[in-house]
Design a protein around this ligand. Structure first.
Ligand code: ZN
Ligand code: FE
Length: 265
């Protein structure tokens, strides 16, 4: 893919994803929770902000919008229909295609597809292009978002939808929660070699000061308990927590999510 994706760290553990081309000055950012780190990076690299993609309304994803719009008044701002997100220039919904002006020929310009992935919030969306998925707080490496104003059923269905995308899909999650999430994954599947290997790899990345992201769906399907709700070992662990037998992947998902909410973080 001729589009380059880089991380801009923000707050304690957010990533603002920067999309740019090998040449030229056009760029876009996903979920700018704060403006300053974006401004610093764009000035350092001589980039012009053409587009902002918003996944959901939480402050750590939109907090930098107003200031970035003042500095780049021409910027296009894409996001879901939600009155809690001020400053969108184009509301997008499931199945829409997002074209980024200035990105012609980059391979992604006509290929960004909007996916509705409610659950963390009721209006959360993701953006998919080529083999990349900008999934906000819906999917994390080895975890998923909490349920705020969506429902457990919605989040379970959204994660199933994401899991059905091609295995090589690279997931650009919005938070560096990987090691904590893998700690929970090890509780759920203590004997999993895949989880043990993922912990070793993530510890090495963090020790080098590197992000653990993006992750791939192939990796997530191997280690992420929230994508493994039909695995016998995961079902058994969820049933132990629930103290009852569970009927189907949505019930297993809900038990896992409540378990992590109540006992872990
Ligand atoms: Zn959020
Ligand atoms: Fe967030």
């Amino acid at each position: 893919m001729s589009l380059i994706v880089e991380s801009i760290p923000a707050f304690a553990d957010n990533y603002i994803w920067l999309l740019r081309r090998p040449e030229g000055t056009a760029c876009a950012v996903v979920d700018p929770g704060e403006a300053e780190p974006v401004i610093t990076r764009l000035r350092r690299d001589g980039l012009r902000l053409d587009a902002i993609l918003i996944t959901h309304h939480h402050a750590d994803h939109i907090g930098g919008l107003a200031k970035l719009r003042r500095l780049w008044p021409e910027v296009e701002v894409f996001g879901p229909a939600d009155r809690r997100i001020p400053g969108l220039t184009r509301v997008v919904t499931d199945g829409d295609r997002v074209s980024l002006s200035g990105f012609e020929g980059a391979g992604l310009e006509s290929a960004f597809e909007v996916l509705a992935v409610p659950g963390h919030t009721a209006t959360h969306i993701a953006y998919r292009g080529d083999d990349g998925l900008f999934c906000g707080d819906t999917l994390f490496a080895a975890g998923c978002g909490r349920v705020f104003d969506g429902t457990f059923e919605q989040l379970a269905a959204s994660l199933r939808r994401i899991a059905a995308l091609p295995a090589q899909t690279r997931c650009y999650c919005a938070h560096e929660y990987t090691l904590a999430n893998l700690g929970f994954a090890r509780w759920v599947e203590p004997d999993s070699p895949a989880v043990a290997a993922a912990i070793a790899a993530a510890e090495q990345r963090r020790a080098q000061g590197q992000p653990t992201l993006p992750t791939t769906l192939a990796e997530e399907c191997a280690v992420n308990p929230f994508l493994r709700t039909t695995e016998p070992a995961v079902i058994a662990a969820a049933e132990r927590f629930a103290g009852a037998s569970l009927d189907g992947p949505t019930q297993v998902f809900t038990a896992l999510r409540r378990w992590k909410d109540e006992r872990y973080d």
